[in-house]
Design a binder for this molecule. Structure first.
Ligand code: AMP
Ligand code: MG
Length: 341
C-alpha cells in the first residue's frame, strides 16, 4: 500500500472517505500524531492493533469533539468529569470512565472502562466534527517505539501500512496526554502529561469537589489496582539503539562506563546544557532546559539520536521534576533503562 502525506484542508475529504471505509488515517493532535480509526467499527479497531503490532490487551483512547459527544459514549459522566472537561477540553487530558454500550469492547481491550479525550489541534477537531463519530486513536507508531511528533515520523513508522497521513506540522506539546482515572473514588493519574496533578486538584477544589489526586505507581509493573493499564509498561517510547539514562550527579558513573567500552564505541548524547559528561566519542544533541520546549523536542531528539546509528544513546534526566517535567522524566525513564553501574 502506498502511504501519502497530504496537507489539510485537501486531505480532510480523503481522510473522511478512508475512515468511512473502515481504514486508518494518521492525523496530528496537540500531543503526538494519532492513528485514527472509526471507534464504532470493530474491523477498523482490529486493524489499528494489527498495524501497530500492539498487544490486544492495550486499550485505545477514544477521541471526541467535546463533552457532549463524550457523554454519549461513556457509561457515566461523573461531576469531576464535567468540571475537568469544562476546564481542560479540548486539550491534553484523557479521562478513564465506565464504558458505555456504544463503545466496542475491542477499543477498550475488553475492559469495562473507556479512555476519552477531546483534542484541541484544529485539524483533529475538524476531522472529528466532520466525521461525526468518535475516532479511536493511539499514537501512530509501532508498539513500544518512540511516538511521532511530525508527519515524517509517522511515515518512518507506518509507511506501507496506512493510505494517508495528514500533515499538520510538528505537535505543539510533544508528549502524550495525561491519563486520569475517575472510575474509583478520587482521581488517579495513570500517565503524567501536560495537565499536571496540581492543575487537576486546583480545578476540582475550586468546584467544591474532593481534590485528592493520586499518582499510580508507574514502576509497580503492569498490574495497577487490579486492572491492567498497559501504557504503564516500564519499557516504552524506546529508540532502536540501546539507550541508557543518567542523572547529572552520575558523571563519575558515566565516565567509568565509557572507560569500559570498546575502541570503536561512539554514542549519541542527549543532554541539557549543564551536562557533566564530555567525551570525544560523543555526538551531542542538546535538550532545551525549559519544560515545554523540552517536551516538544524530546521524541524528535530521540529519533535523531537513533538515526546517527551509534553504539549507544545516553540520555540525561532533568533535575527538575515539577509540572510538565514529571511527564518528561516518565518518558525518558521508560525509553531508556538506567546506565549500568
Ligand atoms: P496511546 O494511545 O498509545 O497514547 O496509549 C493509550 C494509553 O491509554 C494506554 O496504553 C493505556 O495506558 C491508557 N488507557 C487507554 N484506555 C484505558 C482504560 N480503559 N483504562 C486505563 N488506561 C487506559
Ligand atoms: Mg502510544
Amino acid at each position: 500500500m502506498k502511504t501519502s502525506i497530504r496537507n489539510p484542508p485537501q486531505a480532510l475529504a480523503a481522510a473522511l472517505a478512508i475512515l468511512s471505509r473502515g481504514e486508518l488515517v494518521a492525523f496530528p493532535t496537540e500531543t503526538v500524531y494519532g492513528l485514527g480509526a472509526d471507534a464504532g467499527s470493530e474491523r477498523a479497531v482490529r486493524r489499528v492493533y494489527q498495524v501497530k503490532a500492539r498487544p490486544p490487551d492495550d486499550p485505545l483512547i477514544v477521541h471526541v469533539c467535546d463533552a457532549l459527544q463524550a457523554r454519549e459514549y461513556a457509561g457515566d459522566f461523573p461531576a469531576a468529569a464535567v468540571i475537568l472537561a469544562e476546564r481542560f477540553w479540548p486539550g491534553p487530558l484523557t479521562l478513564v470512565l465506565r464504558r458505555g454500550a456504544r463503545i466496542s469492547p475491542a477499543v477498550s481491550a475488553g475492559l469495562d472502562t473507556v479512555a476519552i479525550r477531546a483534542p484541541s489541534h484544529p485539524v483533529a477537531r475538524e476531522l472529528l466534527s466532520r466525521f461525526g463519530r468518535p475516532l479511536a486513536a493511539p499514537s501512530a507508531n509501532r508498539f513500544g517505539h518512540t511516538s511521532p511528533t511530525t508527519a515524517q515520523h509517522v511515515l518512518a513508522e507506518l509507511a506501507g501500512f496506512i493510505p494517508l497521513i495528514i500533515d499538520g506540522g510538528p505537535c505543539g506539546i510533544g508528549v502524550e496526554s495525561t491519563v486520569l482515572d475517575l472510575c474509583d473514588d478520587g482521581a488517579r493519574i495513570l500517565r503524567p502529561g501536560a495537565v499536571t496533578p496540581e492543575m487537576i486538584a486546583d480545578t476540582l477544589r475550586r468546584a467544591g469537589l474532593a481534590a485528592k489526586v493520586t499518582m499510580a505507581d508507574r514502576h509497580a509493573g503492569d498490574q495497577i489496582g487490579g486492572w491492567k493499564s498497559p501504557g504503564m509498561m516500564v519499557r516504552h517510547y524506546a529508540p532502536q539503539t540501546p539507550a541508557y539514562r543518567f542523572a547529572a550527579a552520575q558523571g563519575p558513573r558515566v565516565r567509568r562506563w565509557l572507560a569500559r567500552q570498546p575502541a570503536d564505541f561512539h554514542m549519541a548524547l542527549l543532554c541539557f546544557p549543564d551536562c557533566p559528561v564530555l567525551d570525544q566519542r560523543e555526538r551531542r544533541i542538546i535538550l532545551p532546559p525549559e519544560a515545554s520546549a523540552c517536551a516538544r523536542r524530546l521524541y524528535a531528539a530521540l529519533r535523531q539520536a537513533d538515526e546517527l546509528a551509534c553504539s549507544a544513546i545516553l540520555v540525561q534526566l532533568p533535575e527538575n521534576t515539577d509540572g510538565l517535567w514529571t511527564a518528561i522524566l516518565d518518558r525518558i525513564t521508560r525509553a531508556a533503562p538506567e546506565l549500568p553501574p
